[in-house]
Design a protein around this ligand. Structure first.
Ligand SMILES: [Zn+2]
Length: 169
C-alpha cells in the first residue's frame, strides 16, 4: 500500500495511495461531472483496458474518515464482510487530482497511472507488483508519445527514486 509516501520535489502529490478503510463508503459520492468527468475520461482512455469498476471523485470531508482520506490520492473501501468493494475513490483535494484538472498531458497520464495501480490491487496485486505495473504502464505512455518526453522521463525517475526510498525503510 502506498501510505504517506515521501513526496517528490517536482511532482508534489504524484504518489498514488491505496487504503483499505473499514466501514461504509461515502454515501454522497457521485459520479464525476463536468470538468472532472472530462479529465477522468481522458485518463481512462489512456488505460489499456477500460476499468470494470466505477471511479468516484470525492471530497475527503464526506468520507467516513476525513483525517485519513485527506492524506491520500486514491483509496478503496472494505465492506463489513471484509471484501474490498469494487469501487475506486479519488480524493478531490489531493494535489495529484488538482494537477490533473489543469488538463496537462503529464498530469492526466499520472492520474491514469494511479488508477492503473489501484486496478492492479483490485485484481489481487500486492504493493510491489502494483507499483511495478504502474511504472511499466507510465513508461508505455511516455514512449507511446502520450506525455512530453522530458517530463515523462523525469516522472519515471521520481517513481524509481520513490521505490528506492521505500525499499530502504
Ligand atoms: Zn498500492
Amino acid at each position: 500500500m502506498r501510505h504517506s509516501a515521501p513526496r517528490s520535489a517536482r511532482f508534489i502529490g504524484s504518489v498514488g495511495v491505496f487504503l483499505l478503510m473499514v466501514g461504509s463508503p461515502p454515501v454522497s459520492a457521485q459520479g464525476p461531472r463536468g470538468a472532472e468527468a472530462r479529465v477522468l475520461e481522458r485518463a481512462l482512455r489512456l488505460l489499456p483496458v477500460r476499468p470494470d469498476v466505477p471511479i468516484r471523485i470525492i471530497d475527503p470531508e464526506l468520507a467516513p474518515a476525513p483525517d485519513a482520506v485527506r492524506r491520500l490520492d486514491a483509496f478503496m473501501v472494505r465492506g463489513p464482510d471484509g471484501a474490498i468493494r469494487r469501487l475506486i475513490y479519488l480524493n478531490r483535494r489531493a494535489a495529484m487530482i488538482e494537477d490533473a484538472m489543469t488538463g496537462r498531458d503529464l498530469s492526466v497520464a499520472i492520474l491514469a497511472a494511479v488508477i492503473h495501480h489501484e486496478l492492479a490491487h483490485l485484481h489481487g496485486a500486492g504493493e510491489p507488483e502494483a507499483r511495478r505495473l504502474e511504472r511499466e504502464f507510465f513508461r508505455s505512455l511516455v514512449f507511446g508519445g502520450r506525455v512530453p518526453l522530458d517530463q515523462g522521463l523525469q516522472y519515471l525517475r521520481d517513481l524509481e527514486q520513490d521505490r528506492q526510498l521505500r525499499e530502504r525503510q
